[in-house]
Design a protein around this ligand. Structure first.
Ligand code: TXA
Ligand code: MG
Length: 316
């Protein structure tokens, strides 16, 4: 499809579950339906991300934000004052947002971008758009449709051309989910403007990799169920044969094994599907019946690397 500039084409692609790069005032985003975890998995695949970093969810209005997050009165004031604009607010999430979007966090990053084309597109689609910057992992964020097309064009539905991005750096991220507001990323919205409006200075917590704190999944998903990770499925099955497998929940890739406690991430061994089921799979076992989850690494290619990264963290 390449580069185009009409919203209907973009909406049709997004409504059919495809990815579209969208213009925002900061940088181009690689967008997909935030409510569909299979689509969200495709975003990670297209970006070639080795881990599942949480994605920002784009909405057209404060009302739309309320449908996916718990918007506090303070968050409302910030939205009224600064949105649409280059500001992302981290808020407690509602269950409508799949865990894959937030990498298992119980918070979600919400942003109302100010680009008119994307605001119209969001209205037209009727669902929020999850969108990281539209660059392959490790590359700089794109600020023109051509940048996106040359780097990702063959992996996505197309690029909605809204011209060069006015701001050119990513949004400022403020975490409102804790007791104190924290700046997680400096970006297009100057901190001074926020501090002046709030009447106080803001704490910073700038470690960009902090959302991936090791062990995160253990606390979120495996309360009381340790996870043992095998290098291969054969190794896992070999070990399972040696013991009476009572109390073991097997998280695997491929056709059903006929076990009491098992969860297949993808019967067809398809990595995009597996990624979209990963967070669900980690929670699928009942701690009353399962004392240990056994999982195996998958092929270290495409989304497989991100899946292995998460399994490794869960196993720590
Ligand atoms: O300007 C922007 O923010 C652009 C445009 C497309 O909107 N998007 C963007 O997305 O920069 P991305 O994925 O490249 O960077 C978003 C960062 C993630 O790396 C993650 O660290 C942080 O936002 N983030 C998202 N959700 C979070 C959450 N629930 N908790 C903590 N950090 C979060
Ligand atoms: Mg980025």
């Amino acid at each position: 499809m390449g580069i185009f500039s009409d919203i209907e084409t973009a909406a049709d692609l997004l409504l059919s579950g495809q990815l579209v790069a969208i213009p925002t005032e900061t940088v181009y985003g690689l967008a997909g339906n935030a409510l569909d975890e299979h689509v969200v998995a495709k975003i990670f695949e297209a970006k070639n991300r080795p881990s599942f970093d949480p994605l920002i969810v784009h909405v057209p209005s404060k009302e739309a934000a309320h449908q996916i997050a718990h918007v506090s009165p303070l968050a409302e004031r910030l939205i009224d004052q600064f949105s649409p604009g280059p500001l992302t607010l981290i808020l407690p999430k509602k269950s409508t947002i799949p865990d894959l979007v937030t990498s298992g966090h119980n918070t979600v990053g919400i942003r109302i971008p100010s680009h008119p084309l994307t605001l119209q597109l969001l209205d037209r689609c009727g669902f929020p758009l999850a969108a990281p910057s539209a660059n392959p992992f490790g590359y700089t964020s794109p600020t023109t449709a051509e940048h996106v097309d040359s780097q990702l064009g063959d992996r996505i539905g197309g690029v909605l051309d809204g011209g060069p991005c006015g701001v050119g750096v990513e949004s400022t991220i403020i975490d409102l989910s804790g007791a104190h507001l924290k700046v997680l990323r400096h970006g297009g919205m100057p901190i001074e403007d926020l501090e002046e409006f709030l009447g106080h200075t803001l704490e910073e917590q700038l470690s960009s990799s902090s959302p991936n704190a090791p062990g995160m999944l253990v606390s979120h998903y495996n309360p009381g169920i340790p996870l043992r990770l095998f290098d291969t499925k054969d190794e896992l099955l070999g070990s399972l044969e040696l013991i009476n497998n009572e109390g073991i929940g097997v998280l695997h890739l491929g056709e059903a094994l006929g076990l009491d406690q098992e969860y297949s991430l993808s019967e067809e061994s398809e990595l995009v599907e597996a990624a979209s089921h990963l967070f669900k799979g980690l929670r699928a076992f009942d701690p009353q019946k399962v004392s240990e989850i056994w999982a195996h690494k998958v092929q270290a290619e495409g989304l497989g690397r991100a899946i292995n990264d998460r399994l490794q963290r869960a196993a720590k």
